[in-house]
Design a protein around this ligand. Structure first.
Ligand SMILES: [Zn+2]
Length: 73
């Protein structure tokens, strides 16, 4: 049985069902209504959503990936 959560798109405010996240890592979702990509970050009380590029670095999957790879040069 897979849990689902309702996520509100920060662009068009459409509510969509997505699989419940298994951890607190932020992830990108694509809105099925407007087709735009946004960030969903699970929190203790539910989840936060951010428009692509507007998330704080610690909540942005891309930014995190860059930070983690940055120590290599
Ligand atoms: Zn949307």
């Amino acid at each position: 049985m897979s849990k689902k959560i309702n996520v509100i798109c920060p662009y068009c405010e459409a509510s969509e069902e997505h699989p419940a996240p298994a951890d607190y890592a932020p992830r990108y979702l694509t809105c099925g209504t407007c087709g735009k990509r946004f960030i969903m970050e699970p929190t203790a009380s539910g989840h936060d959503v951010y428009r692509d590029g507007e998330a704080p670095c610690c909540s942005d999957p891309d930014c995190k990936a860059i930070e983690m790879g940055a120590g290599d040069d």
